[in-house]
Design a protein around this ligand. Structure first.
Ligand code: DHB
Length: 546
């Protein structure tokens, strides 16, 4: 009998440390029924309540206590009647039945819908042997037929393997998935139902050479997964009115989009084409870690934030290009007409630095320093003299903060690269075209021989379908999620800090409940308060965590 042991990091170091610290062993119980789950007869979207495997696992919570969890595991259930690629359009379900020897009834528990998308790449749960086992494109035997070969001079070197996307010029990387795993395991040990959907991603290519996972495929898939869960209310354990989405980076962006766009008719045709279940795809709450979103405005925001920071080579990016993009940000931010949290007032390119420092960065540093021992704090402050520590509060300037972060991760433009080398250029590919420009500025400055120098006519609508801001600004979507958990590392320069802050400001402005904080000195993909996320779900859903 194999056992599965799960160890999660503790407290402030839980992020990256927890990733490395997770060790899993599992056993399949002899009393299992059908091991594969599945949709039964072809095209049926009826969940089989008996189609599970019984597994056990040990979850170490954020206080360091171990919990023995027995759970039912349904594997690789295709969630659409007419899948394009079931390897990705499938989900796993984990339902706790016994925790620390006490029977658990999860029939009315909240449902954590945790995607494992990173880099807008394909993500599959088909090969997982238990909860938390999903991830990037499966390598080895599971490698998809659609693995791309690349093909632009710009060098999008996506391989379709389990390895993260090669960086290309802009340094894109994928989230590790470790942070997600801790959410999922802690949710299970709290007595919640955990659904892990796969989704198509940008590098998938069929035998005709067509990219079938480019935008908006992944969001349509996640919506179809929600519809599947809701359509199976009463068969899938859990409260389908308390679906809480979670994801990191590209997965955080998709989680935010899922929350913002609930029940929007804009996706109906695409959902119908997949044979998605006929049910609502609105979700109750959204968890988004370092969301890489608002992509068509991200280049300007990036230069506004990181434009003065050198890259890791020590050189600044082309300041003419950077300044032109900063100007675009100023226009965009003004047009958004967002108000900051905490009564800050209208946000614009001139005051956003002050807003970030006051609302997010100083409180983040303060929380970090408060949690340190006196001697550790003294050491940290001696090494970081830009911080003034007085009356238990940290203060500093935006300029010093930028210096403290150091090298920017990406080149310019960060997302719509002139040479089409960014992952996002591939995300907005189409048909047999691997990569395309998706901003007027990128198209105008194209270096790959784009004769029109214009964005393709289909892209504005695709961009709309990929951007949560579509549904949170202007005429807001009434069926959006009303609870938002947004987290970001202060040292994360994968995108601008304004991206998360704008998301939070937009939701807050609509009267939604928003919890947005920054993890001090953490980089891309951090999740250092997963226990708090679980407690938040318990509070907003009114379902006590075990
Ligand atoms: C991810 C990171 C990026 O820098 C990006 O541009 C897109 C996605 C990610 O980690 O998922």
């Amino acid at each position: 009998m194999k056992r599965r042991t799960v160890v999660l990091g503790i407290g402030a170091t839980a992020g990256a440390a927890a990733v490395g610290g997770i060790a899993l062993t599992a056993r399949a119980d002899d009393s299992t029924t059908s091991p594969s789950g599945g949709t039964g007869s072809s095209g049926s979207l009826v969940f089989d309540p008996e189609g599970y495997t019984k597994l056990t696992t040990t979850v170490t919570d954020t206080a360091g206590d171990e919990h023995a969890v027995t759970y039912h595991f349904w594997k690789a259930i295709t969630y659409v009647a007419e899948p394009v690629d079931a390897t990705y359009q499938s989900l796993n379900v984990s339902v706790p039945v016994e925790i620390d020897g006490v029977a658990v009834d999860a029939r009315n528990a909240p449902i954590l819908l945790a995607n494992s998308v990173g880099g807008y790449m394909p993500s599959s749960v088909a090969d997982a042997t238990g909860i938390g086992g999903g991830g990037m494109t499966p390598g080895g035997g599971g490698a998809p037929s659609g693995a791309p070969t690349g093909g632009t001079t710009g060098g999008d070197t996506a391989t379709g393997s389990a390895a993260p996307t090669a960086p290309g010029a802009n340094g894109n990387t994928n989230a590790t998935g470790g942070a997600l795993a801790s959410n999922q395991l802690l949710a299970l040990a709290a007595g919640f139902v955990v659904v892990e959907p796969g989704a198509r991603g940008r590098t998938l290519k069929n035998s005709a050479g067509e990219y079938y996972g480019v935008a908006p495929a992944a969001i349509v898939d996640l919506k179809a997964a929600v519809r599947y869960v809701r359509a199976n209310k009463g068969r899938i354990p859990g409260d389908t009115e308390r679906i809480v989405s979670a994801g990191t980076s590209a997965g955080g962006a998709l989680s935010a989009l899922l929350g913002a766009s609930g029940d929007s008719p804009l996706y109906d045709r695409l959902l119908r084409e997949l044979g998605a279940a006929d049910a609502s795809d609105a979700i109750f709450a959204t968890g988004a870690w370092c969301p890489i979103t608002d992509l068509e405005h991200a280049d300007g925001a990036y230069e506004w934030n990181w434009g003065d920071n050198a890259t890791s080579s020590g050189a600044k990016v082309d300041q003419t290009v950077s300044k032109a993009l900063r100007g675009q940000f100023a226009e965009y931010q003004a047009a958004l007409k967002l108000k900051g949290l905490g009564g800050f007032g209208a946000l614009n390119a001139r005051n956003y630095d002050e807003y970030l420092v006051r609302q997010y960065l100083e409180p983040s540093a303060t929380a970090y320093l408060t949690a340190l021992s006196d001697s550790a704090r003294a050491t940290y402050l001696a090494a970081n003299t830009f911080i003034t520590w007085k009356n238990g509060r940290a203060t500093f300037s935006w300029a010093d903060f930028l210096t403290h972060v150091g090298a920017r991760k990406k080149s310019v433009p960060a997302f719509d690269a002139f040479d089409l080398s960014a992952g996002e250029n591939n995300l907005f590919g189409k048909g047999t075209t691997l990569s395309r420009h998706f901003t007027a500025f990128g198209a105008k400055n194209d270096t790959t021989g784009l004769t029109s120098k214009r964005v393709a006519s289909d892209l504005p609508e695709t961009l709309r379908l990929m951007n949560p801001m579509t549904f949170l600004t202007g005429k807001a979507n009434p069926a959006r999620s009303k609870h938002w958990w947004i987290r970001l590392g202060t040292k994360d320069s994968d995108t601008s800090h304004t991206v998360s802050a704008n998301l939070a400001a937009a939701a807050n402005g609509l009267g939604d409940e928003v919890s947005h904080t920054y993890y001090w000195d953490e980089g891309h993909g951090a999740n250092t308060d997963p226990g708090d996320f679980i407690a938040w779900i318990a509070r907003i859903s009114g379902h006590k965590a075990r």
